[in-house]
Design a protein around this ligand. Sequence first.
Ligand SMILES: N[C@@H](CCC(=O)N[C@@H](CS)C(=O)NCC(=O)O)C(=O)O
Length: 221
Amino acid sequence: MLTLHHLNQSRSHRVIWALEELSLTYEIVHYQREKTMLAPESLKKVHPLGKSPVLEDNGLILAESGAILEYLQETYDPGSRLKPLEPAHKVQYRFWLHYAEGSLMPLLLMKLVFNSLGKPPVPFGIRTLGKALGQGVQKAYLNRQIEAHARFIESHLSRNSWFAGDSLSMADIQMSFPIFALLTRGGIDNLPHTQAWKEKVESSPGWRRTLEQGGPLSLPG
Ligand SMILES: N[C@@H](CCC(=O)N[C@@H](CS)C(=O)NCC(=O)O)C(=O)O
């Protein structure tokens, strides 16, 4: 039996999407973020890191969305519908699967943190300083990094309809969370192909079912 430990508004949407695309039977245990946006302590009883997603499958307990997607593909996708077979596409597949969490998400998480330094829970008395610090780091370092990544992705999507190969793959599913975050909080204009990819995803039946099962995904700016 497949059980997904799902935190609202999270990377766990990726796993629901993969489960839906593979037409698997699964159950979801829902967790709600606390006021701090952190996961509740109860998630640590499932996996010591206390993060979501976590997938259980007949005694196996697996964290890390990318590892979960690869596991699902290798175990439950015998026809390789969600992994391209052509060698050049396979290289792309592996690249985007790693890139999403290895390179892009850390920058977008930093953006979120540095954007928040002028707001609660930062103590009132140092919010002005916090805001100035946050803006300084963004101007001096972060914005240029994010811009370079956004242009890199835009260039790839201007030449390819999907991240790896000619149809939806786990690489697209893994890239969905950072693309949504990039378009919400990246502050980069003129990304028509990235926007078009997002709209194509949002109008797909698999993504619609994902939102029905997992709730909305509206990432903070
Ligand atoms: N690299 C991990 C990141 C897991 C992660 O940070 N998940 C977030 C949700 S998007 C979480 O559980 N946050 C709550 C917390 O840190 O307490 C993955 O891809 O699964």
